[in-house]
Design a protein around this ligand. Structure first.
Ligand code: NAP
Length: 286
């Protein structure tokens, strides 16, 4: 019987995940379908209970449900626990309840490994001085990645809301060194960093002319600049980084890799990453 997978968000109309996941199922001949479900926050628990009862194999979770999914999940992976958010759930269908080999319901966060593996394509060594711009879910995924894979990194977290920045930093103090910097002083820290991560939506369509960096002379060769924004692919920040000779990583690579991580977490087989990338690019009109 065809297996159901999907994405829960509010809204989800513009997601590239259905194209990416359905292309992966087709490539490997897996009898499954991936659908996007627009679920209002008040209905999240009912939707997840319903998908479990229907025997769905797993779901991705996007804004604004990552915390709600964390609270719903009975168990969590280390990545989800560190990030304090769930973007992928593996579901154990009730019909498989007597099968001890059936996967249990577990909340995971594939943004963490997706972020890290995307970064590794241009930064083979662990970063030493990192600046993270923003203090929301994407910043938490990056901090969790550093806590798992680069504990010796010195991290500067800067965000326009100092209280939120302090709360986010506090959740990671036990694992890595995170210092806070006022948002208006961020370019000083960027100049001293070997890795700069934009974890804000600044520069995202339709605000293509916006960048989190005003004075681009703080960017330089020998530095990696990673933008989590993927629409447009070449953000203003990445264009600034190119002019300044810095290495660049776009948000599409992370998007594809977090999807591939979810696919492998559900199915236990290697994801066809290139096919998923092509499908994601086509879905974005690239
Ligand atoms: P979020 O939880 O809403 O956090 C966004 C952060 O950016 C917050 O600190 C927010 O500050 C700050 N911010 C928003 N607008 C700003 C502005 N105009 N100036 C300065 N700071 C601003 O969002 P998120 O989930 O972390 O997502 C952030 C971006 O990453 C989005 O563009 C998202 O699409 C992208 N993302 C990409 C991937 C990928 O796979 N490539 C994965 C996850 C996220 P306040 O708290 O004050 O609003």
């Amino acid at each position: 019987m065809k297996k159901l997978y999907g994405l829960l968000g509010w809204p989800v109309a513009h997601s590239v995940s259905p194209a990416m996941m359905n292309a992966a199922f087709a490539e490997l001949g897996i009898d499954a379908v991936y659908l996007a479900f627009a679920v209002p926050p008040a209905d999240l628990r009912a939707a997840l209970d319903g998908l479990l009862a229907l025997g769905a194999g797993g779901v991705n979770i996007t804004i604004p449900h990552k915390l709600g999914a964390y609270q719903w999940a009975p168990r969590h992976s280390d990545e989800a626990r560190l990030a304090g958010a769930v973007n992928t759930l593996r579901l154990r269908p009730r019909s498989d309840a007597d099968d001890p080999a059936a996967p249990e319901v577990i909340g995971h966060n594939t943004d963490v490994a997706g972020w890290w593996t995307s970064l590794r394509t241009v930064l083979p060594h662990a970063p030493k001085r990192v600046v993270i711009l923003g203090a929301g879910g994407a910043a938490r995924a990056a901090l969790a990645g550093l806590a798992l894979y680069a504990q010796s990194a010195e991290v500067v977290l800067t965000a326009r809301n100092p209280q939120k920045a302090a709360e986010t930093a506090a959740s990671f103090q036990e694992y890595i060194s995170v210092s806070l910097l006022p948002w208006r002083e961020r370019e000083q820290a960027v100049a001293a960093a070997d890795l700069v991560v934009n974890a804000t939506p600044m520069g995202m369509w339709p605000h293509d002319d916006v960048s989190p960096i005003d004075d681009e002379t703080c960017l330089h060769p020998g530095q990696v600049v990673q933008d989590m924004v993927y629409r447009p692919l070449q953000t203003r920040l990445l264009r600034q980084a190119a002019r300044r000779g810095a290495k660049r990583v776009d948000g599409l690579d992370m998007l594809v890799r977090q999807g591939a991580e979810a696919f492998e977490f559900w199915l236990g087989v290697s994801a066809p990453v290139d096919v998923m990338r092509q499908a994601a690019r086509a879905s974005l009109g690239l």
